[in-house]
Ligand binder design. Structure first.
Ligand code: SAM
Length: 223
């Protein structure tokens, strides 16, 4: 498949897509397993939650979320055929997990609203104007009072990071990620309409789960 954004690393090559989970375990020396479990726990998933996972990948995260659900469901969106195949295989015994082939970088309407929207290590890989479209898609698909969970890099100064962190980041990341870590994400999300935030730092301060809440509209009771 031709890349939509040639400078981006989140549009994976077929090889990377096929071996994504294994490679992630390998490069993090197995650390990623605990990392993602901890991150999903920060979502405070309730049994009946309806969750949207943007750029869901292999279904690994959706499978973790399904563990918390009883009556709720997770819908994963992705553009990759390889990811779709893995998601269907991983989630075949999990009726609460559904895959939809859908681009998230253009406006779309799934004709329903969700309690939670999740995006994990995707947002950093787009140009800023595309990230804003993704954020709008998340906002428009949330119920009032719903939450947007961004698991991605934290905000940090790469120059001040230890040598190994600088080395790894420079080796694996695309130019958009360098821009992502320097931005003030709470301000950007506030401008997009989110009103309240929670932040959980992970891997030191180099990654984080940033949760942004969509305000519930106050209803004027005139009775
Ligand atoms: C770095 S992987 C992260 C996968 C998953 N979120 C995770 O944390 O394991 C990026 C994912 O985003 C998907 N992706 C890239 N561009 C996309 C787009 N425009 N629309 C939907 N998915 C996209 C890729 O196919 C890939 O599965």
């Amino acid at each position: 498949m031709e890349k939509l954004y040639p400078d981006s690393e989140v549009e994976l090559t077929p090889f990377l897509a096929k071996h994504y989970d294994g490679l992630l375990n390998l490069v993090t020396l197995g650390f990623y397993r605990g990392f993602i479990r901890k991150a999903v726990a920060f979502m405070k998933i309730r049994k009946k939650d309806e969750i949207l996972d943007l750029g869901c990948g292999t279904g690994r995260n959706a499978c973790l979320m399904v563990h918390y659900l009883d009556g709720g469901h997770v819908t994963g969106l992705d553009i990759s055929e390889d990811m779709e195949r893995q998601f269907m295989e991983k989630c075949k015994d999990k009726p609460g997990a559904v895959f939809v082939r859908q681009r998230i970088d253009i406006p779309f309407d799934l004709k329903r609203k969700y309690d939670k929207v999740f995006i994990s290590f995707v947002l950093h890989g787009f140009p800023q104007e595309v990230r804003e479209v993704v954020i709008r898609n998340a906002f428009n698909h949330l119920k009032e009072g719903g939450s947007f969970h961004i698991l991605d890099y934290g905000e940090f100064d790469l120059q001040k990071a230890p040598f190994y962190a600088r080395f790894v980041f420079r080796k694996i990341e695309c130019k958009y990620a360098f821009d992502y870590i320097g931005r003030d994400w709470k301000t950007i999300l506030k401008e997009a309409g989110f009103t309240r935030f929670e932040e959980h730092k992970l891997a030191g301060r180099y990654a984080r789960m940033l949760t942004a809440y969509k305000k519930e509209t106050e209803t004027n009771n005139t009775d």
